[in-house]
Write a protein of this length. Sequence first.
Length: 137
Amino acid sequence: MSDTVVIAVFAACGGCVMALAGLTGLRQTCRIERTGVRAWALVKRNPGAPGEDPSSPRPLLQFSTEAGQVVEIGSPVPATRRRPLRDGDTLLITYDPADPGTVVVHSRERRLLDYGFIAAGTVVVLLAVVLVSLTAP
């Protein structure tokens, strides 16, 4: 087996992992949106965040479940300059009733990132297949 084929096989494996990561993230987001419970979450400054920057990238989200349990988790999405997550803000979320620590923040889903992983993984796999086919005798 030539070195080119070995490299192509490793690249294809990496591409498959990338595509599967994107598919898994997209599937989980859709499942939570479809079967989850909506709630309003309070944005709180993360006391464990480095520095005293009030717009730290991953603040805490605090919300109550239907069962009355108060849950406090790190935000699954970072704050951005355009859409900061300030202490005291409220956000609409959907949480998984079986695991309230798994949430989707409305209007901040990261579908584009998931689609990017799927596309990049697919391109890497296709390039590996082309590479192998060009080196085959």
